[in-house]
Write a protein of this length. Sequence first.
Length: 122
Amino acid sequence: MKLTEQQPNRGQREDLSSKQRFTVVERLTALLAPRNKLNLMLYDGELLYVHKNMQDTLFFREIGAHGLLFATVPLMGKNWKPFPMTRLVAFHDGEKVFEGIKHPYVFIPPLDAITPMDAMNI
């Protein structure tokens, strides 16, 4: 299945709505996630798209009324939460506006890529 087949209004010059753009990114994420580590943050000038499919690799913390801080490991301070697994989430001005459907593609690194220190934390 080609990505261009996934796009609403394919071939038209009209701009996509934020929901339509979210749908395209969500479908692309689902196409790329099988057998790949796909932790990402993309910004299109309006929405911030965030996704992870590997355990313990992305955390977030709310700051202020309309802010979020993301980190690959919890930084100093409290209230860090693991980002949801295997689901695309879109934010606008620090507020969650879209949340995708959970997919089954959890990335597990091959054994030769796991260090002894990593193994102690599994």
